[in-house]
Design a protein around this ligand. Structure first.
Ligand code: HEC
Length: 124
């Protein structure tokens, strides 16, 4: 009986620990565009050389007027569309932020870092 009670207490404590760890993971704030500096040397990335291809490869399967699947207010077909939504694109997909795309075709980390740099420099 006592052993059972102790067992239950230990079980509850360890599930609490798991819940706490999960909450800590979720509570970790995403990096924001405003917190990301453009390098002193600027960026060599442009819409033509990088931005368009990135969006076409990883986002426009859902975020395009032609092929939707995401909210219609979030279309990334043009350079202006991307600039208009830069803070939200950053928070969902740039640098350490990985909640977009929802998978399974995620960009590699180095391309997420390039996206962060390009947006931080004003998405030229
Ligand atoms: C498989 C389809 C799909 C792909 C690919 C995809 N998205 Fe999304 N996106 C969604 C859906 C569905 C929503 C609405 C639900 C949500 O916000 O999670 C959404 C919402 C968003 C939003 C609006 C919500 C907010 O947080 O402001 C942004 C911004 C966004 N996605 C960015 C991106 C970026 C950037 C990419 C490419 C790196 C991308 N998404 C790729 C389906 C997709």
């Amino acid at each position: 009986m006592t052993g059972q009670v102790i067992g239950q207490v230990i079980g509850q404590v360890s599930s609490l620990a798991i819940v706490a760890a999960m909450l800590a993971g979720c509570a970790e704030a995403p990096l924001e565009l405003a917190e990301m500096p453009c390098p002193d040397t600027g960026t060599s990335l442009t819409y033509e050389s990088f931005g368009r291809g990135f969006m076409t490869s990883y986002c426009d399967r859902c975020h395009s007027g032609a092929k939707s699947g995401a909210p219609s207010s979030y279309r990334f077909d043009t350079h202006d569309d991307i600039r208009k939504h830069d803070t939200r694109i950053f928070i969902r997909a740039a640098g350490p932020n990985v909640t977009m795309p929802p998978g399974p075709y995620d960009p590699p980390d180095d391309e997420r870092d390039q996206l962060a740099e390009w947006l931080a420099c004003g998405a030229p």
